[in-house]
Ligand binder design. Structure first.
Ligand SMILES: Nc1nc2c(ncn2[C@@H]2O[C@H](COP(=O)(O)OP(=O)(O)OP(=O)(O)O)[C@@H](O)[C@H]2O)c(=O)[nH]1
Ligand SMILES: [Mg+2]
Length: 351
């Protein structure tokens, strides 16, 4: 991969230099504004852009590396999520400019682009994928490329698995499905702790599932109680922790959860229904990233008209997907995720 940094007063100048020097396959990696120290505060800021070619092979390399690395050595959070949403918006804008100024709009005429977007893939990502494959991109080659890039992985081997997400996304139901599978198929000794003490009936829901599976169940209302509960269940193989669903906009919600998991080292799953708007997915992912999200579980696949947002989310946030849930039946309606199956589910009909 060839990487170059350009500085100029206008984005247009930079884009034409990128096109001349790196060619029309170049991809912008970063952009920032620089104040010209010589001319004081009123001076027009300069723009610094770092661009690269042969980005594709870099993606492949990274994928190959990730597949080769055992899942327990993957980093706790796949990416530092910082100001990612802002970066995505900026990337979108830059893609638009790049398309206009470098003649990359040939991809616009590819009928696959419309199909990708109709499947719920974000427009800028559809453009990036098609630019990697060139004019000849076909449905099959798009699926092949995405199968190599989408990251799926089983849960980490931590003893404590925590399930978080906004209200009603399917946390308790998914925990029941996973608990049943671990008990019935893997013969594991499993316990359930619920922090879900805000909503009347929520504790009962967990207690009923635990009773059916004949596994220990504890409900807690404070971080100290949680640690005592963990100590009590320490002899078990796996402790599943259910949390109260709340809007991440609720001010003290994430900090409170964080308090619970401060000195515990859990594998944290963020649950997200597939039919969630892109902007909401971004807000939720950023908010929960403070807890350190290790795996995504996309829920209610059966209710979604298009499943492309699963791929878009994965390409942007790089949080491996562990499961998909496909209905209300416990324990049947859950699948372990694989890159190939995700791409087939999302884009299998594309011709
Ligand atoms: N169609 C469909 N419904 C699901 C799926 N998973 C869960 N549900 C339903 O979604 C509703 C909410 O599920 P819960 O498991 O209670 O959700 P939760 O995240 O625990 O909700 P709170 O505890 O209120 O935050 C229930 O009616 C579930 O049966 C799924 O994969 N598909
Ligand atoms: Mg619940």
């Amino acid at each position: 991969m060839q990487i170059k940094t350009y500085t100029a007063a206008s984005m247009k100048d930079i884009l034409s230099r990128i096109k001349n020097e790196l060619g029309s396959d170049a991809v912008i990696l970063s952009k920032r504004e620089l104040r010209d120290q010589n001319f004081g505060l009123s001076a027009k800021p300069l723009i610094e852009v770092t661009a690269a070619v042969d980005y594709d092979s870099a993606m492949y390399d990274r994928q190959a590396h990730i597949t080769a690395v055992p899942s327990d050595s993957l980093p706790k959070t796949a990416v530092p999520l910082g100001n990612l949403s802002d970066d995505i918006i900026e990337l979108k804008e830059m893609m638009k400019e790049l398309i206009t100024h470098t003649g990359l709009d040939v991809r616009q005429s590819n009928p696959i682009r419309k199909k990708l977007i109709a499947s719920g893939i974000r427009q800028n990502l559809a453009d990036i994928v098609l630019s990697k494959l060139g004019k000849q991109a076909k449905a099959e080659s798009v699926r092949d490329l995405l199968s190599k890039i989408v990251q799926a992985a089983p849960p980490e081997q931590n003893k404590v698995w925590v399930f978080v997400g906004t209200t009603g996304v399917g946390k308790t139901t998914t925990i029941a499905k996973i608990a049943a599978r671990c008990v019935l198929n893997e013969n594991k000794r499993v316990g359930l702790i619920t922090l879900d003490t805000y909503r009347i009936g929520a504790v009962d829901q967990g207690r009923i599932y635990a009773k059916i599976l004949n596994i220990p169940f504890l409900s807690v209302t404070a971080a100290s109680e949680f640690r005592a509960a963990l100590a009590k269940l320490d002899s078990l193989d796996l402790i599943l922790v259910d949390t109260v669903g709340r809007s991440p906009k609720c001010k003290d919600y994430i900090p409170r959860l964080k308090e619970y998991f401060d000195r515990v080292d859990p594998c944290t799953f963020l649950l997200m229904p597939v039919a969630t708007r892109d902007s909401e997915m971004d807000t939720t992912t950023k908010a929960f990233a403070e807890l350190g999200v290790d795996r995504m579980i996309f829920t209610k696949v059966d209710e979604a008209v298009a499943s492309g947002p699963v791929i878009s989310h994965n390409l942007i946030y790089r949080i491996p997907i562990s499961h998909l849930t496909t209905g209300q039946r416990v324990p049947e309606d859950i699948e372990e995720a694989s890159s190939h199956a995700i791409v087939e589910r999302c884009l299998g009909d594309m011709r």
